[in-house]
Design a protein around this ligand. Structure first.
Ligand SMILES: NC(=O)c1ccc[n+]([C@@H]2O[C@H](COP(=O)([O-])OP(=O)(O)OC[C@H]3O[C@@H](n4cnc5c(N)ncnc54)[C@H](OP(=O)(O)O)[C@@H]3O)[C@@H](O)[C@H]2O)c1
Length: 340
C-alpha cells in the first residue's frame, strides 16, 4: 500500500504579519521512487527565519515561494527506498525535503544538496543546527566579514539562537571578547554560562535606541570592532553608533523586519564617520568555506564548547505554529520539528 505523506503548503501570502491561515495541511499517497531517485523519511524539519521572507513577493536573493506548493525547508532523515547507488537504504542524509514527512528527490541533482551525515556521533538534529546551515552561517560571516582578531570586541545579536550560539562559540575560540544581545534573562544566561559569551545584554529591558545604547556602552568600554548582525532595527542602531574606526559589520539577518514592515536604519552616517565595512552575505553562496567551517564546528561540539539548545515541536501539523513562534522569539536555540 502506498505511503501516505502529510505536508504543509503555502496556502496564501501574508498581508502584514503571517498567520496560521497562510498554511494548509494536506495528505497524499506517495508514488514509488523513480530512476536515480531516493525516497527519504524525514526525522527532523528545520524552521528558519528566511522562510518568512520567501512567503512574500519582496525582492530577495531567491525567488518567492510559489503559493500552493509544499513549504521549503531543510530536513534530515533516512533513505527508505533507493534507485541511486550512492545512497542505499539506511543512509542518513541532510537535504531540502520541505515541510513534509517524506520526500522523493533526484539524488544526483546538485540543486538538492543531498549530503550523507553520521547518525551516531552527534544527535541527528545537530546536522540542521550547530553542524548544519546555521553553524556554517556563523562561520562564513566571521571568517569572511567580521574577521575578528584576538583581544577585539565582537557583538552578536539574537545571541542565543541557532546562528548566534555558533557565533559565540567560534568567536570565543578566536580569543575575542564577545558581547551578546538577546531577549530575556533565560536566553542571556544560556549565552554566558553554556556558550562562554563574556556578557549578554537583554534588549527587552530597553525599549529605545538611547537606553539600549547606554546599556551596551557599559559592556563595551573599548568600543566595538565587529558586529554579527542578525536582527536589524533599533538593536543594530544601538551597536552601529559604538563601532570603532574600520569596524566590520556582517549583515547576516534582519529578522525584526521580516514579518510585516521592514525595520528602518536610524543613522547610517556611522558607516562614514567610523569608516565601516558593512557587507551582507548568504551562506549557500560561500560553499568554498564550508569544509573548514564543518571541521571547526564539530571540534567545538565534541569538546563541549558549543552546547546547542533546541526547541522541538512534534508532528508536521505543529510546524506553522512553531514557525510563527520562532519569528516572535519563543524558541531558545535551533527551532526544529520532530517527524519520526
Ligand atoms: N545570511 C544567511 O545566509 C543566513 C543564514 C541563516 C540565518 N540567517 C539569519 O540569521 C538570523 C538568525 O537566524 P536563526 O536561524 O539563528 O534564528 P534564531 O536566532 O534561532 O531565532 C530567531 C530569533 O530572532 C530573535 N528575534 C525575532 N524577532 C526579533 C526582533 N523583533 N528583535 C530582536 N530579535 C528578534 C528572537 O530571539 P530573541 O528572543 O533573542 O529576540 C528569535 O528567537 C536571522 O535573521 C536569519 O535570517 C542568515
Amino acid at each position: 500500500m502506498a505511503i501516505q505523506n502529510r505536508k504543509i503548503i503555502l496556502r496564501s501570502r501574508p498581508e502584514g504579519e503571517a498567520g496560521l491561515d497562510n498554511f494548509e495541511l494536506l495528505t497524499e499517497p506517495l508514488p514509488p521512487a523513480g530512476p536515480e531517485q531516493v525516497l527519504i523519511r524525514h526525522h527532523y524539519l528545520s524552521l528558519d527565519p528566511y522562510m518568512r521572507r520567501r512567503m512574500d513577493l519582496k525582492k530577495n536573493y531567491a525567488p518567492p515561494h510559489p503559493v500552493g506548493e509544499v513549504m521549503l525547508g531543510g530536513t534530515v532523515g533516512e533513505v527508505l527506498e533507493s534507485r541511486h547507488p550512492d545512497f542505499p537504504p539506511g543512509t542518513f542524509v541532510v537535504g531540502r525535503g520541505g515541510w513534509q514527512e517524506y520526500s522523493i528527490v533526484p539524488a544526483a541533482d546538485a540543486s538538492q544538496d543531498l549530503r550523507k551525515v553520521d547518525a551516531d556521533k552527534v544527535p541527528l538534529s545537530y546536522h540542521l543546527g550547530a553542524l548544519g546551515m546555521p553553524g556554517l552561517t556563523a562561520w562564513v560571516g566571521l571568517e569572511k566579514i567580521c574577521q575578528p582578531r584576538s583581544g577585539e570586541t565582537l557583538v552578536v545579536s539574537a545571541a542565543s539562537g541557532a546562528v548566534g550560539s555558533a557565533v559565540i562559540a567560534l568567536a570565543k575560540s578566536m580569543q575575542v571578547r564577545v558581547v551578546g544581545i538577546a531577549g530575556g534573562p533565560e536566553k542571556c544566561n544560556y549565552a554566558v554560562t553554556a556558550l562562554g559569551c563574556d556578557t549578554c545584554v537583554d534588549y527587552k529591558q530597553y525599549s529605545d535606541t538611547a537606553s539600549l545604547t547606554e546599556a551596551l556602552r557599559a559592556q563595551c568600554p573599548a568600543g566595538v570592532d565587529s558586529l554579527f548582525e542578525n536582527v536589524g532595527g533599533y538593536v543594530m542602531d544601538s551597536v552601529m553608533s559604538q563601532m570603532n574606526a574600520f569596524g566590520r559589520i556582517a549583515v547576516c539577518g534582519m529578522i525584526s523586519g521580516y514579518d510585516g514592515e521592514p525595520a528602518p536604519m536610524r543613522d547610517p552616517s556611522a558607516i562614514l564617520w567610523s569608516r565601516l565595512r558593512v557587507e551582507g552575505f548568504i551562506v549557500g553562496e560561500n560553499k568554498a568555506l564550508w569544509d573548514v567551517g564543518f571541521a571547526k564546528l564539530r571540534e567545538l561540539v565534541v569538546a563541549g564548547r558549543l552546547r546547542p539548545r533546541e526547541s522541538i515541536s512534534t508532528g508536521i501539523e505543529s510546524a506553522p505554529e512553531a514557525f510563527l513562534g520562532m519569528l516572535r522569539g519563543k524558541n531558545l536555540g535551533k527551532q526544529l520539528v520532530k517527524l519520526a
